[in-house]
Design a protein around this ligand. Structure first.
Ligand code: SF4
Length: 238
């Protein structure tokens, strides 16, 4: 089976537990204003790869995974190529490798369900607190993400909730308290991660002939990140 990938990171440490290979899938239907990777949006871009050679490549790195590491499939939006991801995860599980899915949860269908059959952990972006924010700043629906989270709860697949903290957009205390409340409502949520917005992608937008909606926006300060993190229940921070 063939899929299209944007890139491959052999030894990542920020997308899930331990040391991990990270496969960035090509294609995304959303248009987050803070997106760092607009070059992943085009579903026809990137590089075509077969599952089996990709598995062989990953297995070369398994010695680095240790007890906690494994493979994270990110994007783009990996569920756009759910049959490929399901097959990749199935073969990784055959080899005893931990699998994590980094997703916006913007789809729910049979193919997405097949991916979850072989998924050990979901890194779920919960990008904004309201439906109106999702429409305006993501081009998607909060209801879809919560639908996906409900499925994860039903299957009791561990979840790390993630939100990018963007000045003037998601850095209000009420926004972070709402995220903490979501974590409390779903027992599958094991961790909450607040990620500071980094303005590192203006050149990519320029190269693609696109306007970067957050041009000129600064990163949140260390103090802001600390005070917002203090609003999260400690059980979700370790
Ligand atoms: S879901 Fe991810 S890849 Fe897609 S637009 Fe948003 S940040 Fe970018």
């Amino acid at each position: 089976m063939q899929g299209r990938i944007h890139s491959f990171q052999s030894l990542g440490t920020v997308d899930g537990p331990g040391v991990r290979c990270v496969v960035f899938m090509q294609g995304c239907p959303l248009r987050c204003i803070c997106c760092h990777n607009p070059d992943t949006w085009d579903p026809n871009g990137g590089e075509a790869v077969e599952v089996q050679p990709l598995v062989r490549k990953i297995l070369r790195f398994r010695g680095y995974f240790g007890q906690r590491g494994g493979v994270t499939v990110s994007g783009g939006e990996p569920l756009l190529q759910a049959p490929f991801v399901a097959e990749l995860f199935r073969r990784l599980k055959e080899n005893g490798i931990h699998t994590a899915l980094d997703t916006s949860g913007c789809f729910w269908n049979e193919s997405a369900a097949a991916v979850l059959t072989y998924t050990d952990l979901v890194l779920l972006d919960h990008k904004y607190p309201t439906e109106a924010d999702y429409r305006r700043f993501v081009g998607g629906s909060l209801a879809q993400t919560e639908r996906f989270l409900t499925e994860l709860e039903r299957r009791q697949i561990p979840v790390w909730l993630r939100r990018v903290i963007i000045p003037q957009k998601t850095d209000r205390e009420a926004s972070v308290r709402q995220l903490n409340d979501v974590a409390r409502r779903f027992s599958c949520v094991k961790k909450v991660e607040l990620l500071p917005f980094r303005n590192l992608c203006e050149e990519k937008y320029t190269a693609l002939g696109l306007d970067f909606p957050l041009k000129g926006t600064d990163s949140p300060s260390h103090e802001t990140m600390q005070s917002l993190t203090a609003l999260i229940d400690p059980i979700y921070l370790s």
